[in-house]
Design a protein around this ligand. Structure first.
Ligand code: NDP
Ligand code: N5H
Length: 257
């Protein structure tokens, strides 16, 4: 959609490589004319991102380091964004983490530490990022996060992450109420399974993928581009009447009983 996000400064958090959902979102936002600012945690992701941007001829306004486990890191990232870019109009939060050992077997075996880590990185981070970002959204804005069906239904192996995503989705609603008065909207996309670095090596992914090809109304899975376009919609004025919402981009799978 050329021109849809012309002149909008949007922060994209969570590109690890070309398979990342945040990379699919980046290509949609770029086509819509947005000015893009990126944050990474690991040096490895930073290097991948720089190469991807070069290859796709995308000129970033800024790339900053941000580890959402640290309040100082979030504060300094948004301070740098404010200094270099001034106003922002959107944030894409595409970040989650749980220990691998908590993504298999029984949820009842989750450790206190593993539970808190999944909540901190996958849910609280949206709260902290919203607090920092709203100060830069002086013309209003839109914040979009990524969730998964395992927050609503028991999906085998998703375990501690399902509970973290339930917390993330509830946070979307409470944050939407907080920042609505400043003209800022907060929404989530609930994507169907996509083979990314995070999904790599976790048990159950292949089985879930083939069930969807068989049972989803569209008889297929979704890809990063479809999530990218739906996220672009949430960042644009086309969705100006929507906040606190969780939109399924899953080929319709969630409606099947
Ligand atoms: P990726 O592995 O590509 O992306 C995960 C990102 O999380 C990485 O860029 C990683 O950064 C970042 N991250 C993890 N911990 C931190 C931290 N402490 N601070 C900052 N960044 C951090 O996987 P996806 O694209 O699949 O995941 C993106 C989002 O989409 C997640 O919220 C995931 O739950 C959600 N989702 C994924 C689905 C799927 O099937 N793949 C389905 C539905 C939702 P770094 O690489 O620098 O460590
Ligand atoms: C039911 C499923 C399959 C099983 C569960 C998968 C859960 C994945 C989510 C988390 C984010 C994965 C995770 O934290 C992996 C890490 O322990 C190890 N990986 C890493 O450290 C890599 C290098 C970095 C880049 O990863 C992160 N996250 O930083 C769910 C699937 C059908 C759908 C799915 C895969 C959902 C989802 O939320 O991602």
């Amino acid at each position: 959609m050329p021109g849809l996000l012309e002149g909008k400064n949007i922060v994209v958090m969570g590109v690890a490589n070309e398979r990342s959902i945040a990379w699919g979102i980046t290509t949609s936002l770029h086509k819509a004319g947005a000015n893009l600012i990126f944050t990474n945690r690991q040096e490895r992701s930073y290097k991948k991102l720089v190469k991807l941007l070069e290859k796709n001829e995308i000129d970033p306004s800024l790339i900053v380091s941000c580890d959402v486990a640290s309040d100082d890191s979030i504060a300094s990232a948004f301070t740098e964004i404010k200094e270099k870019v001034g106003i922002i109009h959107g944030v894409v939060h595409s970040i989650a983490f749980a220990n691998r050992e908590d993504l298999k077997g029984e949820y009842a075996d989750t450790s206190r530490e593993g539970f808190l880590l999944a909540q901190e990185i996958s849910a609280f981070s949206l709260v902290a990022v919203t607090k920092a970002a709203k100060e830069l959204m002086t013309e209003g804005g839109s914040i979009v996060t990524q969730t998964y069906l395992g927050s609503e239904k028991v999906v085998q192996s998703y375990n501690v992450m399902g509970v973290a995503k339930a917390s993330l989705e509830a946070s979307v609603r409470y944050l939407a109420e907080d920042v609505g008065k400043y003209g800022i909207r907060v929404n989530a996309i609930s994507a169907g399974p996509i083979r990314t670095l995070s999904a790599k090596g976790v048990s159950g992914f292949n089985d879930i993928n083939s069930v969807i090809e068989e049972k989803a109304p569209l008889r297929r899975n979704v890809d990063q581009d479809q999530v990218g376009d739906a996220t672009m919609f949430f960042l644009s004025e086309l969705s100006r009447g929507i906040t606190g919402e969780v939109l399924h981009v899953d080929a319709g799978y969630n409606i099947i009983g």
